[in-house]
Each structure stands twice: as structure tokens, then as C-alpha cells.
Design a protein around this ligand. Structure first.
Ligand SMILES: O=C(O)CCC(=O)C(=O)O
Ligand SMILES: [Fe+2]
Length: 188
């Protein structure tokens, strides 16, 4: 499974380079964007004696490049729409959900949206997810390719930055609850 998830993330990253018509040397950029990956199994349970207060994770934006998730049949993932409404995500059986993180959003000059998401348990059955958290190496410099910047529709949105410094910034107590950590840290 993890091999398939890694293949999915690689195909998506190459499609981004090709889809935006970037020159082939940017393939090595996106290769670096996936050079550090973690796998994690998550289990969410509800307290059957306390049906009023079901489990709810806090809404967050992933900081990495991409998150590829598969789940059991319990559909409890939500994303926040741009108008501020939480939307239930229905993941068909045998499918993955792919979530864009801040590192990829920054690299592609904000052209891909890093959605705020959360888990809200609605029933009593446990939810399991298995996730591949695809990330750059800490020392990677994330820099928008010139081909993704123009003066009209797509002016430069993010200065070049070091991924580790961004993580440190996010982890600092001052910024921990910032929803727009990327904009504050690297926005121009
Ligand atoms: O398990 C899920 O459905 C979401 C997990 C998640 O958002 C995360 O680990 O960042
Ligand atoms: Fe997440």
C-alpha cells in the first residue's frame, strides 16, 4: 500500500510540472519535495457513553508537500470551503484522498490550495486511516519556479525559504495557532 501511495504522489508531482508547462529540470525540484516521507496509521474512536461529544480534531493545514490517505469505510473527513463551510469528503472504496500542504502551495506560487481539514466522528464505529505524509528534506529551499510567476495573473506570492525554518516558525508558540502561517512567514 505504501508503495502505491508513494507512486500516486510522484505521479501527481510530475503532472503538476507537466500541467503547468514547466521545463523538465523542475522534475528534480518536485523530486526533492518528496524526499522525506512518513507513514502513519491513525485510529479515531468515540466514547460510546458520550454520544453528545463526539471526537473532533482541530481544523488544520498540513505543512508538508502532499498527504495521501486511505481509510476504512468510516467517512468522517471534512474540508473547509473558501466560503467558510465545512464539507464532508466522501472517499470511494479503494480510493485515496490527496491533500495539498503548505510546502507545495508555496512552491507552486499558491496555484494549488492547501485546504484546512479535520476529522469529525459522526457514528460509533472506529475510523482508521493510513497516510503517507510526503515532505521535503528539512534543508530544502522552497523557491517558486520562474515559469509560475507573471506580472498579471500570478505575481510572486512567496519568497524563497528553507523548509526547516518554516517548520520552526510554525512550531513556535507564537505562531502555533496561525491559520495563515505560510502567508505570514513567506508571503511577499
Ligand atoms: O486521518 C485523517 O482522516 C486525517 C489525518 C490528518 O489530517 C493529518 O494527519 O494531518
Ligand atoms: Fe492533516
Amino acid at each position: 500500500m505504501s508503495l502505491k501511495m508513494s507512486e500516486v504522489s510522484w505521479v501527481i508531482l510530475k503532472m503538476i510540472v507537466e500541467g503547468y508547462g514547466l521545463s523538465q529540470h523542475h522534475i528534480s525540484d518536485v523530486e526533492n519535495m518528496k524526499s522525506c516521507s512518513d507513514l502513519r496509521l491513525n485510529m479515531y474512536i468515540t466514547d460510546k457513553n458520550n454520544t453528545e461529544n463526539k471526537y473532533r480534531s482541530s481544523g488544520h493545514i498540513d505543512k508538508n508537500t502532499l498527504t495521501v490517505l486511505c481509510q476504512n469505510e468510516v467517512q468522517d473527513l471534512q474540508v473547509l470551503s473558501k466560503t467558510g463551510t465545512w464539507i464532508d469528503i466522501v472517499i470511494p472504496e479503494n480510493c485515496f484522498v490527496v491533500i495539498v500542504g503548505d510546502a507545495l502551495k508555496a512552491w507552486c506560487n499558491g496555484r494549488l490550495h492547501a485546504a484546512t481539514h479535520r476529522v469529525v466522528m459522526s457514528g460509533e464505529k472506529e475510523r482508521y486511516t493510513f497516510g503517507a505524509f510526503v515532505a521535503p528534506k528539512d534543508e530544502m529551499k522552497i523557491e517558486v519556479p520562474r515559469g509560475l510567476v507573471d506580472n498579471k495573473m500570478h505575481p510572486l506570492r512567496y519568497r524563497p525559504f528553507n523548509y526547516r525554518e518554516f517548520l520552526n516558525f510554525f512550531a513556535s508558540t507564537r505562531s502555533r495557532n496561525l491559520e495563515n502561517a505560510l502567508e505570514v512567514f513567506a508571503g511577499v
